[in-house]
Write a protein that binds this ligand. Structure first.
Ligand SMILES: NC(=O)c1ccc[n+]([C@@H]2O[C@H](COP(=O)([O-])OP(=O)(O)OC[C@H]3O[C@@H](n4cnc5c(N)ncnc54)[C@H](O)[C@@H]3O)[C@@H](O)[C@H]2O)c1
Length: 449
């Protein structure tokens, strides 16, 4: 019996007039040359859905992306700054960062609406010191993971002890003169013994200090730059107003090259920092490293080393201990004093921003040493005496930052005046000098503030 092939289509037989058993070829499929899976996807209209999804995602990201982030588009914005002759800052030599910045860096800490900021991994060398520990507080507060590298030469564990046990915080006791390998996104390089007692006065110590300063500023900075290069991290160096030496220009603008004595007692600090800046710029130009340079002016606040020889800590500690305030020279030399939280804000803005710098970070309010002594007397002890001593070599006569550049490019300026910040520091010094129990007694002992 002939086999019966039954046509199951609802319409007429595909081959007109063909009887049962006649050969009926399958209808040819559209896109038969495509693989079976692709044919199925096309038949189900999946590419249309995929394309619509991609278009939607692209639209969302282009709306939500930060306007100031350092993407290639931002590079255009930066070059318009450098070529804009109407821009009063065009004369400055601020170098815009020329390498594309990874999307994780948000300018000024701003995060696009609706997107949660991803915490960064940040290394703070010198993070157990005065400035470093306040910076660490802020970084942890905004959700970053922080590693502190510090040899505790002038820093103290007490400055960061409140973070012990925080899973986002880690402290490594290490000298930056020795290489170290860590994985981070940003490096704030603060490690450096910064107080005058560590590089002046004692001639024997000076030799040791020379070694420390140069080693830390040169070898330490080289190590950290090398690390930044290796792991592709952004690098910020805390330089100093001391790079201007005893300035012949007042106030000091970043374009001023300074007046530094290369062979004086302060030179190991001043020249060390100048070299550190040079190395930083060489890595930027030669190795395309993302760098930032901050030139910090006198900063004060809680956690300063009590007997570090800096003028504010000296006066405050002396007034609290009922000792005379020692003024070097005639006391007419000027300085400007910024509160530490203002500095930390400036450092973070600089790190997150688009410009290499250098940037002056300081409070332009200018005080003579005698005016500062008066503020300390008013805050702590109106009866505190003043004692004059011979001035030290190369002590700058004037110091006052021009912060136009930081104002314009970082949107930063200090907010806390000396008379507001000083009492905050005094409270901390009282606690540390007299101990917690004795603070109340000391406070009621005829002193105001
Ligand atoms: N405070 C200011 O007024 C001021 C002014 C200008 C510049 N700066 C700069 O800011 C940075 C911080 O200054 P600070 O006032 O907090 O000083 P600080 O002495 O309190 O802090 C420096 C920290 O670096 C650490 N350190 C020093 N040498 C090290 C090394 N070889 N390896 C590892 N850690 C080391 C110290 O132990 C300390 O914790 C310094 O680079 C300083 O030059 C500060």
């Amino acid at each position: 019996m002939a086999s019966e092939l039954t046509y199951r289509g609802g319409g007429a037989s595909p081959v007109a007039g063909a009887g049962p058993g006649a050969y009926s070829p399958k209808p040819s499929k559209p896109l038969a040359w495509l693989p079976r899976a692709a044919r199925y996807a096309v038949a189900e209209h999946r590419p249309v859905f995929a394309l619509a999804g991609m278009l939607f995602a692209a639209a969302v990201f282009s709306i939500a992306s930060p306007s100031g982030s350092s993407s290639p588009a931002t590079g255009a914005a930066v070059s318009s700054y450098t070529t804009n002759s109407h821009n009063p800052l065009a004369r400055y030599s601020v170098e815009p960062a020329h390498r594309d910045v990874p999307a994780r860096h948000f300018v000024g800490g701003k995060v696009p609406l609706g997107l949660k900021r991803k915490g960064l991994r940040v290394l703070v060398t010198g993070g157990a010191g005065f400035v470093g520990s306040h910076l660490v507080d802020r970084l942890l507060e905004r959700g970053d993971s922080v590693i502190v590298v510090d040899n505790l030469f002038t820093g103290r564990k007490d400055n960061v002890v409140h973070h012990f046990g925080n899973p986002n915080f880690e402290m490594i006791r290490h000298d930056v003169v020795e290489p170290i390998l860590l994985e981070v996104d940003q490096i704030y390089h603060l490690a450096c013994p910064a107080s005058p007692v560590h590089y002046k006065y004692n001639p024997i110590k000076t030799i040791i200090s020379f070694f420390f300063f140069l080693m830390t500023n040169v070898v330490g900075t080289l190590n950290m730059l090398g690390l930044a290069k290796r792991i592709n991290a952004r690098f910020l160096i805390t330089s100093t107003s001391e790079v201007y030496g005893d300035p012949l220009q007042h106030p000091q603008v970043e374009t001023y090259w300074g007046n530094v004595n290369p062979i004086g007692v302060r030179s190991c600090y001043d020249e060390g920092k100048r070299t550190a800046e040079t190395l930083t710029m060489d890595y930027h130009r030669g190795a395309n490293l993302e760098v930032r340079i901050a030139r910090i002016f006198n900063t004060y606040g809680p956690r300063m080393c009590i007997d570090d020889g800096r003028v504010v800590s000296n006066f405050v500690a002396q007034a609290l201990r009922k000792e005379p305030l020692t003024v070097y020279g005639d006391g007419k030399q000027t300085r400007s004093f910024q509160y530490v939280s203002d500095l930390v804000e400036g450092l973070m803005r600089l790190m997150e921003g688009e410009h290499v710098g250098p940037f002056n970070l300081g409070n332009p309010g200018e005080f003579t040493m005698l005016e500062l002594a008066k503020v300390v007397q008013d805050t702590i002890d109106p009866n505190a005496k003043i004692e004059f001593r011979e001035n030290t070599q190369d002590d700058p006569h004037k110091r006052k930052p021009d912060i136009t550049r930081a104002k314009e490019l970082l949107g930063w300026e200090p907010k806390i005046p000396l008379r507001e910040g000083l009492p905050l520091m005094v409270t901390d010094f009282r606690k540390r000098i007299f101990g917690d129990q004795d603070v109340a007694a000391a406070t009621t002992g005829g002193q105001q503030g």
